[in-house]
Design a protein around this ligand. Structure first.
Ligand SMILES: C[S@@+](CC[C@H](N)C(=O)[O-])C[C@H]1O[C@@H](n2cnc3c(N)ncnc32)[C@H](O)[C@@H]1O
Length: 270
């Protein structure tokens, strides 16, 4: 039994935890430069953690849970009302998220839109505005127990959350760190690209920089495990790592009727 993340997140690793955790050696500090919903952080067992993502609303959400616990969880719950589950209220609250400069309010609204938006998508336009349409759920789920479990994790593991680019995360590594990277994936084909998590898109140069950072970290004695699609391009990128290959069943449509099997790899430097 693993601890479930409280957010829905594209590319979430909950179902792959067995495979990922097995590859992580022990160490003092667990470092995740692409945290997303935090599925791996929640279930990895290290005394310390550095949890990062480019998405500053996401990191603020984590920081507020860590700092305020139940008070902040109840503030988040206050947005989950039947009155706020209409297209008009949704649009108003989404606009409020995009206009607000208050970190606490933005953090709570991110959780609101995550559970009320179409398919739980988190997607931003090029100006950084959250732009997913209303999801029409009968009664959006408020993840109370999952939020409490996240709070407990931030207390039992000495955790620092930071909003930053992965290159800065790699430059702050130290002896005893163990790194797991789950970047936006390389497209399986030229046309199949989905990388708009934060309004920026993750380009081929970013993939090359990440591979170089991982190699450099390993040369400095820091183990790094990375996930990605299994393609000729990723095999070339990670040619100096040990490659573990497997397939993942993906649910393409919202009713789960269309399934596809995508080859994935884990590159292990360590
Ligand atoms: C595939 S998701 C991670 C999913 C996560 N492992 C989970 O289980 O939910 C990729 C994450 O990378 C973040 N990201 C995109 N570009 C980034 C960058 N340049 N530096 C750091 N994080 C970035 C996105 O905001 C997104 O949360």
């Amino acid at each position: 039994m693993y601890t479930k993340p409280f957010l829905k997140w594209a590319g979430g690793k909950y179902r792959l935890l067995d495979k990922i955790l097995r590859e992580l050696p022990s160490g003092t500090r667990f470092v995740e430069p692409f945290a997303g919903s935090g599925a791996v952080y929640l279930n990895a067992d290290f005394p310390q953690a550095l949890i990062c993502d480019f998405n500053s609303d996401l990191i603020e959400l984590y920081k507020h849970i860590q700092r305020e616990g139940e008070d902040f969880i109840q503030y988040c719950a206050s947005f989950f009302t039947p009155e706020n589950n209409t297209p008009t209220s949704y649009t108003e609250l989404r606009d409020r998220l995009n206009a607000s400069s208050g970190a606490r309010e933005r953090a709570a609204l991110l959780l609101y839109v995550n559970r009320h938006a179409f398919n739980g998508l988190v997607r931003y336009n090029s100006r950084g505005g959250f732009n997913v349409p209303f999801g029409k759920y009968k009664k959006p789920y408020f993840p109370l127990e999952e939020l409490r479990a996240f709070y407990r994790k931030t207390r039992s593991t000495s955790t620092e959350f930071m909003a930053m680019d992965f290159r800065s995360v790699f430059s702050s590594l130290k002896a005893g760190d163990v790194v797991y990277c789950d970047p936006p994936y390389m497209p399986l084909s030229q046309t199949a690209s989905f990388t708009a998590y934060t309004g920026n898109s993750f380009q081929a140069q970013d993939q090359r920089d990440l591979a170089a950072c991982a190699r450099q970290a390993w040369e400095n004695g820091i183990p790094v495990v990375l996930s990605n699609h299994d393609t000729e391009a990723t095999r070339n990128l990670y040619s100096s790592a040990i490659i573990k290959q497997f397939t993942v069943q993906r649910f393409i449509s919202c009713n789960g009727a269309n399934r596809d099997v995508a080859p994935e790899l884990m590159a292990v430097y360590g």
